[in-house]
Ligand binder design. Structure first.
Ligand code: ATP
Ligand code: MG
Length: 257
């Protein structure tokens, strides 16, 4: 048997804000093509950890390897060009542009290095085609020409997923994609994320507070607590881990529910 491909690995990664160790000596490996959830109480360091993976923050110590390459402290554009896409905890769209225009801009992020871009019609056609495909994939075709601000919150979350997908990343970092959504809209977005991961053979790292979602969709789960990794395992292992129950899951997820 060949060893599974590790798409992202951190070694002793830490981020301090003054005296606070928001991320504290975190070493994890994430297998390519899996859906890996990161859970933990508010302030556990999940978003800070994402910011270290995506290049939005530079670590105080430790290293980040993407497909074996040391990308520690590299700028965000390098991460995007390497194939890392991320969402933010706060919806990050241009409200006055249409759905289509928002996704086209995100597609072009990959092409912008090329100064001849605007003169190259075949490239323009590619972008238009890819944009239409992504709009369709996230189920927003009938709303493509509406300004983004006119969408419901749930549809704005789909649009945001489309903007991450547009440059065709291999690794998606999704920070609470269902936050603020009406409960009945959550399953649709989650199914979409699963489809993207499975049909596109992508790796998804998901921060999510909805434990029913996490337990259902994750291949593996890392639990963070006070900046550290408290536990790592399959959903079954995490749900039955006593330490995790005490620190976090108690009251939030009942195995017998
Ligand atoms: N830029 C910053 N400056 C100072 N402290 C920060 C900064 N960003 C985060 N922190 C602190 O670091 C800790 C971890 O925050 P982080 O946002 O990573 O947690 P989280 O697990 O994402 O929480 P939540 O579930 O609420 O989103 C918190 O104590 C937070 O107040
Ligand atoms: Mg957070």
């Amino acid at each position: 048997m060949t060893a599974p491909e590790i798409i992202i690995e951190t070694q002793n990664l830490s981020k301090h804000f003054g005296g606070l160790a928001a991320v504290d000596d975190v070493s994890i490996k994430i297998e390519a093509g899996t859906l890996h959830a990161i859970i933990g109480p508010n302030g556990a360091g999940k978003t800070t950890f994402f910011n270290l993976l995506s290049g939005n923050l530079k670590p105080t110590a430790g290293r980040v390897f993407y497909k074996g390459q040391d990308l520690t402290g590299k700028p965000i554009y390098r991460m995007i060009h390497m194939g890392i896409g991320r969402s933010f905890q706060i919806t990050n769209i241009f409200p006055n542009l249409t759905v289509y225009e928002n996704i086209r801009l995100a597609s072009q992020a990959m092409e912008n290095k090329n100064f001849h871009f605007l003169m190259d019609t075949s490239k323009i056609e590619n972008v238009e085609e890819r944009t239409a495909q992504v709009v369709e994939k996230v189920g927003l075709t009938s709303q493509a020409l509406l300004p983004a601000r006119a969408l419901s919150h749930g549809d704005q979350r789909k649009l945001e997923l489309g903007m991450i997908l547009a440059p065709d990343p291999e690794l998606l970092l999704l920070d609470e994609p269902t936050a603020g959504m009406a409960t009945d809209q959550v399953p649709e977005l989650i199914t979409l994320i699963q489809e993207v991961q499975q049909s596109g053979l992508k790796t998804v790292i998901l921060v999510e507070h909805n434990m029913n979602v996490v337990m259902k969709v994750s291949d593996r789960i890392t639990v963070m607590h006070q900046g550290k990794v408290l536990a790592e395992g399959t959903p079954g292992e995490i749900a039955s881990n006593q330490e995790v129950q005490t620190a976090y899951l108690g009251g939030l997820y009942d195995l017998n529910a």
